[in-house]
Write a protein that binds this ligand. Sequence first.
Ligand SMILES: [Zn+2]
Length: 413
Amino acid sequence: MSFDLIIRGGTLPDGRVTDIAITGQTIADIAPHITADAGEVIDATGKLVSTPFVDPHFHMDATLSYGIPRINASGTLLEGIALWGELREMLTVDAVVERALQYCSLAVSKGLLAIRSHVDVTHAGLVGVQGLLEVRERVKDVIDLQLVAFPQDGWYRSAGAEANLIRALDMGVDVVGGIPHFERTMQAGADSVRAACELAADRGLMVDLHCDETDDPMSRHIETLAAETLRCGLQGRVAGSHLTSMHSMDNYYVSKLLPLIAEAGVAAIPNPLANIMLQGRMETYPKRRGMTRVPEMLAHGIPVGFGQDSMRDPWYPLGTGDMLDVAFMGLHVAQLSSPDQMRSCYEMVTTSSAAIMGLDYGLEKGRVASLIVVDAADPIEAIRTRPPRLAVVSKGRVVARNTPVQGTLATDW
Ligand SMILES: [Zn+2]
């Protein structure tokens, strides 16, 4: 028997050492010693082999636009939104496609093979939607790109946003988005959460809202999102992105809120790089961190996936497309430093985020053959050193290779 590809001797995140055989787009076998030969063999002895990196929260219509038309001087979320409003009017479909494809190439080299990107539906011409639908089609053999219809300036606050959002879904955008904390009033925010959930229930779609991305401890749209998820029967299909207000909420209130989120099966998507950069900007000292309560969520069984959110755009000047950077920052800010917690950070940029996006990733016979070979012994070393992805396999095909970093020293001690 012959396979197309065998990855030999890799160490899985749980510590098992195994061979993985691939035929076509599928994992044909996974066992300690597969004796059959293959068209290609990759020696992964001593290396970490895992499912690919997954970014459950990104803005691909804005990426790589840093400095156009100017930079964000205050560094706040609100100036970022205003700056994006200027840039949005200058966008063309071609420019969106070009930057997005440039980003996708970088992502693949980092082993990032699934991305949920919000796409702004505020522009009357839906330029971003047109661009990213084209990109989704062009990269589909390599990257699972899921698009969220995102009314950046508010579902109700921005004239025509609701109609545009529905138009974007009709064009093929996958997920219903929203931004309740940016509506004019708390009530309008709650109304937008209700509208998003009802629309998703009607159409059989998922929901992912920018939810409570603020330092305001009274921003409590996550409560409404969880309640509406239960009312509309959307358990397992809803995510709240950011949830930074929870950092500042009253502890007694949170003790009631966390079980509600767990009961509703609502996932949380914190974005450590963006959250630590954008939140707490009105503070002197001591300064709040502005990231949501990740360890407490994990303890309640709430699904958590870390997102990247931004890279070189109106909100975030840096970024590498490397989900290990995201895990590294998340680990620090949420103080997830025990060995089990550090391993959970790796899961939050791989398997947990894949589950939130509804993807069929897993290193098991019969699953899709998407995996990465990382130049590290285990997930903790991967987060510690953030090393090259030696091989990236998407749907059975090797789509990127990198060489180990090697330097030359001239010391004489
Ligand atoms: Zn976002």
